[in-house]
Ligand binder design. Structure first.
Ligand code: CO
Length: 150
């Protein structure tokens, strides 16, 4: 495992659409392991592959219970709304209020290529939306309705 450098504000790669993963090999496992170590080191609740410079549809989330690894994730259902603060490891020191669904259901693949369906509400739903946005080149600042001054 290795800690990778996090791509920061202004980097082109953060606005690119990521490519689908079709090979579930050791290299993918290495990427997921490195992303986990990098997220823990930086006290994040989520991290997407483009944030470590890799344009692949891979992201991880840990909102306090279990590590969730998502490959080629898609939101297949969402409902309700939540309004609250949001930040991103690629935008240190920037926080803003966003409106996100209260509940989302995601279809994805695990690291071995097995299809999974996973749902979450509150912070987990927000994290799913935030990380999947990254895979489409969308950063949270574009969804902020009001910046939060620290
Ligand atoms: Co982010």
């Amino acid at each position: 495992m290795a800690i990778r450098e996090i791509v920061k504000d202004g980097a082109d790669i953060l606005t690119k659409v990521c490519r689908k993963v079709d090979v579930f090999d050791r290299k993918l496992h290495q990427l997921l392991d490195d992303m986990h170590e990098t997220m823990v080191e930086n006290n994040g609740v989520g991290l997407a592959a483009p944030q470590v410079g890799i344009l692949k549809r891979v992201c991880i989330i840990d909102t306090g219970d279990d590590l969730i690894e998502l490959v080629n994730p898609e939101i297949i259902e969402s409902s309700g709304t939540q309004e609250g603060g949001e930040g991103c490891l690629s935008f240190p020191g920037k926080f803003g209020v966003t409106i996100r669904p209260q509940f989302v259901k995601v279809k994805a693949f695990d690291r071995n290529g097995k299809e999974i369906v996973i749902s979450g509400e509150d912070l987990k739903a927000k994290a799913f939306c935030h990380e999947i946005d990254h895979l489409n080149g969308i950063v949270f600042l574009t969804k902020v309705i009001e910046m939060i001054e620290q």
